[in-house]
Design a protein around this ligand. Sequence first.
Ligand SMILES: Cc1cc2nc3c(=O)[nH]c(=O)nc-3n(C[C@H](O)[C@H](O)[C@H](O)COP(=O)(O)OP(=O)(O)OC[C@H]3O[C@@H](n4cnc5c(N)ncnc54)[C@H](O)[C@@H]3O)c2cc1C
Length: 491
Amino acid sequence: MNELQTDIVVVGAGASGIGASLAASENGGKVILLEKGDKFGGAGMFGAQGLFAAGSKLQKQNGIDYSPSDAYKEMLNYTHYRSNTRLTKAIINKSADTIDWLAKNGLQTELVNNTQEVHQEHPRVYHQYIDKFDGFQKLMNNFTNNGGQLLTKTVVESINYSADNSIKLIINQDGDSKQITCSKVIFSDGGYVGNQEMVDKYLTINSKDLYSMGERKATGDGIKMLTELGADNSGLGVFENHAASVVSKTDPKWHNNTIFSLTNLPFLWLNRRGERFVNEDIVYDFALWGNTTYTNGGYYYFVLDQPTIDYLKNNQLNWTDSFERTFKTLSHDPMTHAIGPFENIDSDLQEAIDQGAAVCGESIEDLAEKLNLDPTILEKNFEQYNHVVSEKTDSDFGKDSEFLKFNISKAPFYAIKAQSTTLGTIGGISVDDKLHALKTDGQVLPNLFVTGNNASGMYDTSYPTLEGISCAFAWNSGRIAGETAVNELKK
Ligand SMILES: Cc1cc2nc3c(=O)[nH]c(=O)nc-3n(C[C@H](O)[C@H](O)[C@H](O)COP(=O)(O)OP(=O)(O)OC[C@H]3O[C@@H](n4cnc5c(N)ncnc54)[C@H](O)[C@@H]3O)c2cc1C
């Protein structure tokens, strides 16, 4: 068997694994970086567009007054102090320097307006990647220039670990078994959203109602290995809820612009019992929108009646598509704060019905039957919503009166199902503020580190509303783990 020797092995070449490898290699560590896929980057490159920082030079140059201590307080308020306070402080305190560090190594960012509509009054924190793919390639070039080695199509098959001796990993590189002897292992393989069995175990909704946009290759390999070695995995079960999606029952690649735009607007929403349950303008905060969808059973229906559809077919509506700012910020185009007219809305709705994503009822009773709901509940909720719209005041849930424009009065009625959506899993193995894996008694498992979506502690039950915080966690946790691993080698 081919035998390799190194100081540090990093498992997973996404945001946190690249962060760890680059940091360790530039500090003099000999590093082998293993990547399951044939390309590096993970969700950190193929999905994400930017990261959070507090107190960065870009923020200071732009007069943004938002310090690490402001961010710390905001995070801890959001998580009700149920998260790991030392870890949170460590990540936030490093976040500004990491923006410079990424830029120095080739991944430039620009400070943009926060990308979600409701965060416009919040100090700007989102550092958007410039020329992302080129930037990631430069990071990887710097890693290899530092002497680092990237092995793609490679996974760890087993780990022979004892706290006092060198660690032996049996790896499989595209069919070939090899052994690596090393001093430290950093597990950065991105959580477990790609592992259906684990997702089923930890999800509190029916997994059929979950739409995952996360990294499919993240199958919990590191979490499982660490658990077997006695690591504390009590943080498993936190999903990065993000918005809600209309999904075809038959075609995973189905895309319909009209339906997807309508999903991003605050029409009437009904839960799985047919009741209105929230101020629908929560659609302008992706994390909270995702959370309310998850908490209310994993899906809801948004409902339109025929006069609303006729209006949307013929008129532009001066509401903002909740994703507009995200896309316009990326393309550097001005906002329109308008949608429509949707000239093909009739055929688009029919397409949604054909895809099993929507139903049309010729009456309230017919709609209730097709949705398997109690017609009296549906009728009562339509009546109450119509009352709220006529009053122009949402005395039930406090939706902004700007969005009390359409009532539900005339059949046919269309109900489109929006499902819980996740960007990945964000709870895993417990860590300290240096990203060491911890045992169930809170003590360190020496020489083993955990980063990014594999680690728990930064979040409570859900993804916070601070824009870009999960990539900030990935890069900064990786960097801290890489630096710590090398420092420990020197001792
Ligand atoms: C569509 C989308 C958009 C997002 N947008 C943002 C955003 O704008 N801002 C933000 O802050 N966050 C965003 N996120 C979340 C962010 O991408 C993740 O939090 C971050 O990438 C996590 O980093 P990671 O290193 O833990 O995992 P990843 O970046 O996913 O990397 C994990 C890597 O490990 C590899 N791997 C898995 N198993 C193994 C194994 N056994 N052996 C070797 N390699 C393995 C995978 O192939 C992958 O390359 C987004 C996520 C998605 C899906």
